[in-house]
Design a protein around this ligand. Structure first.
Ligand SMILES: *Cc1c(COP(=O)(O)O)cnc(C)c1O
Length: 428
């Protein structure tokens, strides 16, 4: 494939945008080489600036669950745009999407819309702290909850359970309130909770992790967190920015049959426009301004274009729940195909999948947390990624990201992908 124009555009971008991108993972740092620039996309396909067609497995990192340029979403946005793009005054469509979201998701009474998943998680933590009048939170190594300070924390040294900043600019003061636990390790959580008795406001978790590849919660793990939270007066926050409206109509809460206290959304809920949201039962949500004391606001929150896109998206998913089982079947088909190909090689590999999220890790150890995800052979992944790109398959440009299937993918696309994997791994 030729990437001449992408390469020129990347050079131009790099002169005026740090690293040429507005979000780091796009820059291909984890896989080497230069990013491609997209010109347009339709259904399951991306078309780049050099005229290459690629089968897309990132779906804008999740939102495009129905494929790109999905007609009902596009026309809803176009029609709305003609009537003005922002008012800073209430609009009826905000209630319409809120009502629909509340009817789809278990265990929530009210929802507040923001502009990104980052904002949703940041606000959910503030709300949890305000509600419980406690300051610390527990997060899990390898889970991503956006780029706000409280989440950019890595494991502290030795026996200390509190984290240290993993980005310059995050203060020690912030880091000391974020405690880091191992995913799928309930005993570890128990220890941390014990050492910080009555100080923990919330445990925040991706109920199915998607930011260290796809990692499934072990049997009993989320149930265990639920009972620790109940016992200790801690709020359980499910970060469903990835899994919400993707795993099922009601997200991971529904699929895994566990209730969280606060749920955060992003990605699918905005239909490809910048939207996040957080939701809970009345008792908690009424702590928010203007009803309650916890402040949270946004000039463009509930923006009419974003709400129109989100409403069209959620309406489709609500009316056609078979989309979720179709996606699951397609992902299972891909899983089987990859398994068949890789089992005929000498490569070490693990395939993790739930619903329409799947990831391949080149390691012989089951991938259950950040540590085991980090054992994957990154050299193999890099070659695999570039081999697939050359075959016209766009995978996430990092071994630490889940692949996201979209409903526009046909079985022919999946077969083409499996063939591409066969060709690619032969050269590894
Ligand atoms: C993408 C993501 C976020 C951050 O959302 P942004 O819209 O990028 O700010 C938070 N949590 C999870 C689980 C995510 O996947």
């Amino acid at each position: 494939m030729i990437y001449k124009r992408s390469s020129a555009l990347f050079a131009e971008a790099s002169a005026v945008i740090p690293g040429g991108v507005n979000s780091p993972v796009r820059a291909f740092k984890a896989v080497g080489g230069e990013p491609i620039f997209v010109k347009e996309a339709k259904g399951a396909y991306l078309y780049d600036e050099d005229g290459n067609r690629l089968i897309d497995y990132i779906a804008s990192w999740g939102p495009m669950i129905l494929g790109h340029a999905y007609e009902p979403v596009i026309s809803a946005v176009v029609e709305k745009a003609k009537k003005g793009t922002s008012f800073g005054i209430p609009t009826e469509i905000e209630t319409q999407i809120a009502r629909l979201a509340v009817s789809m998701v278990p265990n929530i009474d009210k929802i507040r819309f923001v502009n990104s998943g980052t904002e949703a998680c940041m606000s959910a933590v503030r709300l949890a702290r305000g509600f419980t009048k406690r300051e610390k939170i527990i997060k899990f190594a390898g889970c991503y909850h956006g780029h706000s300070d409280a989440f950019l924390i890595q494991a502290g040294s030795g026996a200390v359970t509190f984290g240290s900043p993993n980005s310059p600019g995050v203060t020690q003061g912030t880091a000391k309130d974020t405690l880091l636990a191992r995913y799928n390790d309930l005993e570890n959580v128990e220890q941390i909770v014990k050492a910080n008795k009555d100080e923990i406001a919330a445990i925040i978790i991706e109920p199915v992790a998607g930011n260290m590849g796809c990692i499934l919660p072990a049997d009993g793990f989320l149930e265990g967190l639920r009972s620790i939270c109940d016992r200790e007066g801690i709020l359980l926050i499910f970060d469903e920015v990835m899994t919400g409206f993707r795993m099922a109509r009601g997200g991971a809460q529904e699929l895994l049959n566990i209730n969280a206290d606060i749920v955060t959304f992003g990605k699918v809920i905005g239909g490809g426009l910048p939207v996040g949201a957080f939701a809970a039962r009345d008792e908690i949500m009424n702590y928010l301004a203007p009803v309650g004391p916890v402040y949270q606001a946004g000039t463009l929150s509930g923006n009419p274009l974003a709400m129109a896109a989100g409403l069209a998206m959620l309406t489709t998913l609500n009316d056609q729940p078979e989309i979720f089982s179709n996606l699951e079947e397609k992902t299972a088909y891909l899983h089987e195909g990859i398994e068949k190909v890789l089992s005929n090689t000498t490569l070490d590999y693990q395939i993790n999948r739930l619903g329409s999220m799947i990831s391949v890790h080149f390691t012989d150890t089951p991938v259950v947390d950040f540590e085991t995800a980090a054992k994957g052979n990154n050299d193999t992944f890099k070659k695999f990624f570039h081999g697939m790109l050359a075959e016209g398959i766009y995978l996430p440009p990092s071994a630490f990201e889940s692949w996201f299937l979209n409903d526009a993918l046909s079985y022919a696309d999946l077969d083409k992908t499996i063939e591409a994997i066969e060709k690619t791994v032969k050269k590894l």
